[in-house]
Design a binder for this molecule. Structure first.
Ligand SMILES: Nc1ncnc2c1ncn2[C@@H]1O[C@H](COP(=O)(O)OP(=O)(O)OP(=O)(O)O)[C@@H](O)[C@H]1O
Ligand SMILES: [Mg+2]
Length: 262
């Protein structure tokens, strides 16, 4: 009797790194590649500035969770201060945009961040939604804003693997080295680096040596990415064979072969 094959594990990966390092390009392309393979994928954008939507190929819009998604405990009642109005999967189904290749796209950083809202509420919404999506039937791919603030405040806590996107330049390496500490938290995610905008193996070695992180992929500096941006196209739509897109394809193969954790 043939052994049953276990279903491929769903990815729970978050992209972090210095501003401008290439997080949105890489995460957006991963999302589209998964969608094109016919697999359910939910892109989580917790960056209040546009980025992931462009690289996924979704026109810019406000696909955030609305204020009503988070309900505040009435005065005098016990329990947590905020809760979700509905379960996370229902909220995601209701508020995510469906983009090219059927990918779902949800912006989470905005709930509660409008006038009168607060960051605590926004963070709460994000954590609960993301935690509730862990059992959901999608790959989860998150794109965080540049820098260390959100990652160290728990915005990537849902992820099993954190990919630190690092350019081979000092400031990006320094941020990458700080973010490497996310992996030292007990029970925390595995943390690896993706070398971005590299011009050869020496650049990749520089990223590995100076961040102390294992580098699981190297995405070359590629003028096709800037050209796509000028045209307002997703890199995958602009040129599916561009070297940077090919490198993201290889990254996805590595993620899958390691069961989504390395
Ligand atoms: N491999 C690449 N080759 C050339 N240019 C690239 C590459 N990857 C990204 N870029 C360019 O670098 C800039 C930043 O890319 P991207 O928006 O993906 O970075 P980010 O880390 O998401 O930035 P932010 O922190 O601002 O959200 C963009 O102008 C993009 O076109
Ligand atoms: Mg971005």
């Amino acid at each position: 009797m043939a052994a049953e094959t276990a279903p491929a594990p769903l990815l729970r990966v978050a992209f972090v790194g210095k501003g401008g390092s290439g997080k949105s390009m890489i995460s957006g392309t991963i999302v589209r590649l998964l969608g094109a393979a016919g697999e359910p994928v939910l892109a989580l954008d917790s960056d209040p500035l546009p980025g992931l939507a462009f690289s996924v190929g979704i026109p810019q819009h406000d696909a955030g969770l609305p204020e009503e998604a988070v309900v505040e405990r009435p005065e005098g009642e016990d329990g947590p201060r905020f809760r979700l109005a509905e379960d996370a999967v229902t909220l995601a189904e209701r508020h995510a945009r469906v983009g090219p290749d059927g990918v779902r796209f949800l912006q989470i950083g905005k709930a509660g961040s409008r006038a009168g809202g607060n960051q605590g509420r926004s963070l709460h919404a994000f954590r609960h939604v993301a935690a509730g999506l862990d059992d959901g039937p999608w790959h989860l791919v998150g794109d965080l804003p540049g820098g260390t603030r959100q990652p160290f405040f728990g915005w990537a806590r849902w992820a099993r693997l954190v990919l630190v996107v690092v350019e081979p330049v000092s400031a990006s390496i320094l941020t990458g080295r700080r973010l490497a500490r996310l992996g030292q938290v007990e029970g925390g995610p595995r943390v690896v680096a993706v070398a971005s905008k590299v011009d050869g193996p020496a650049d990749t070695e520089l990223v590995a040596g100076r961040t102390g992180l294992p580098v699981i992929a190297a995405v070359p500096h590629d003028p096709a990415v800037a050209a796509a941006e000028r045209l307002g196209s997703a890199p995958l739509d602009h040129d599916p064979d561009a070297p940077a897109v090919q490198a993201v394809r290889s990254l996805l193969v590595s993620l899958r072969s390691a069961g989504g954790v390395a």
